[in-house]
Design a protein around this ligand. Sequence first.
Ligand code: ADP
Length: 255
Amino acid sequence: MQRIVIKVGSHVLTENSAVAKIRMLALVQLIAELKEDKYEVILVSSGAVAAGFTQLPIDRNSVANRQALAAIGQPLLLKMYQEKFAKFDLLCSQVLLSADVFESDKHVVHAKVAIDTLLENNVVPIINENDTVSIEELVFGDNDRLSAHVAYHFDAELLVILSDIDAFYDKDPHKYKDAKQRAVVTAISDEELNEEHTPNNEFATGGIVTKLQSADFLMKHGRAMFLASGFDLSDARSFLLNGKHAGGTLFTQYQ
Ligand code: ADP
């Protein structure tokens, strides 16, 4: 079995300030197909704040409110996932991690034992940052960097980021019409890694920079990352299930 991590961004999972149920179902169906094929799948999912906002529409600009919304939304999000995975006779589970877990070998080992056990029992671990207890300085950007750490520390070969953008471009495609997709990236410059964050949605916090930082971290640790659209899963499906790289960007040091 090949272990992979799939990270889904907040923009993909939300629509009109609520959870985008149809896209969630499409994602769950893809995960079910991947599990039927040759993959062990760990999911890193955003969306808790958006789910909380549907129940209590308070100002999301305050950190305290976002923490509260995450606390309200996380169980709702998981309930939605449980219902959708059940359609495919699959169980899913909730694993909340904070950034400092990865600073302690002991904590990483404990978390990995749990993840391994879930996967051995065919259960899909759904990981999210524990926003309610995370101190602002410690938080990872929109789960991009969290998912890179998850992939590395829990022994996955590949991180698949399903985003609102279908690939990495030579410049921001929302600003420049002539931006060109990059199919394979083998190195990322310091300049690109230190650019300002450019999230494209009211719930998003990462932007392309945190994705590049995640790719850089993984490449330096001998792993790969694939960035593709989370709105249309056909590129991710064809890459993972048919071995065809039609669209999306593969970040790898090895060609
Ligand atoms: P998500 O919520 O799906 O993780 P983000 O909104 O955080 O996604 O980040 C993706 C956005 O980054 C794109 O929609 C785009 O506007 C912006 N972006 C800036 N530069 C680039 C680039 N070179 N290639 C692709 N996207 C870029």
